[in-house]
Unconditional design. Structure first.
Length: 168
C-alpha cells in the first residue's frame, strides 16, 4: 500500500483562500473603529436642544430680532475681503456685532468675524479671514446673544449683497 502524506493545515491553499477575506474584514473593522473614535466631525452651530426623543430648534432669539425691527443688508466681497453690514432698528444697536459664516458640514471652514460700527448709525465693517467657497449660513448677533438674524447664501461671493431680518 501506498502511504499519502498530507501537508499541515496551515499550508493548505484552499484554507487561506477562504480565511483571507475574513481576516481582512476584521483588520479593516478595527481600523475604521479606531478612526471613528479619534477623528472629530466638528460641531454644527445652531440653537438646537434635545427634548425627550426629539430635537427642537429655539427660535426665541430670531423672534426678538423681529420684535426689535432689525433689518438690513450685508455685502460680502471675496475678491477684496470686505464685509459691510447696514442695519436699521427701532432700538439702539450695539457698537460691535458677531458675524458667523458657518459651513453646513464642517467646522474648520467656519469664519467668525467681529463687525465694528463705522458711524454709530448702523453701518458695520470687517474683513474676511480667508476665501469663502460653497454654501454658507450667515448668523449675525450681538456679543450678549440677546437676538439673532440668520440666512443662508450661495456663491458667487464677489460683491454679493443680500437682505437680512424683517425686510426679507
Amino acid at each position: 500500500m501506498r502511504e499519502e502524506t498530507h501537508a499541515p493545515w496551515y499550508k493548505q491553499t484552499w484554507l487561506w483562500f477562504v480565511l483571507a477575506p475574513l481576516i481582512a474584514t476584521v483588520i479593516y473593522g478595527f481600523l475604521f473603529l479606531y478612526l471613528s473614535i479619534v477623528t472629530n466631525d466638528g460641531v454644527v452651530k445652531d440653537d438646537f436642544y434635545k427634548v425627550a426623543r426629539g430635537i427642537s430648534a429655539d427660535p426665541s432669539r430670531e423672534e426678538q430680532a423681529l420684535k426689535m425691527g432689525i433689518q438690513g443688508r450685508l455685502t460680502l466681497d471675496s475678491l477684496t475681503g470686505d464685509v459691510q453690514l447696514q442695519l436699521a432698528s427701532r432700538e439702539q444697536l450695539p457698537p460691535q456685532l458677531q458675524l458667523n459664516l458657518v459651513h453646513p458640514t464642517h467646522q474648520k471652514y467656519d469664519q467668525a468675524l467681529q463687525l465694528r460700527s463705522v458711524d454709530n448709525r448702523g453701518l458695520y465693517s470687517s474683513n474676511l479671514q480667508g476665501k469663502i467657497e460653497g454654501k454658507r449660513y450667515v448668523i449675525i448677533e450681538p456679543f450678549d446673544k440677546s437676538w439673532q438674524i440668520r440666512t443662508e447664501t450661495t456663491p458667487p461671493y464677489d460683491h454679493k449683497t443680500f437682505d437680512l431680518g424683517a425686510a426679507k
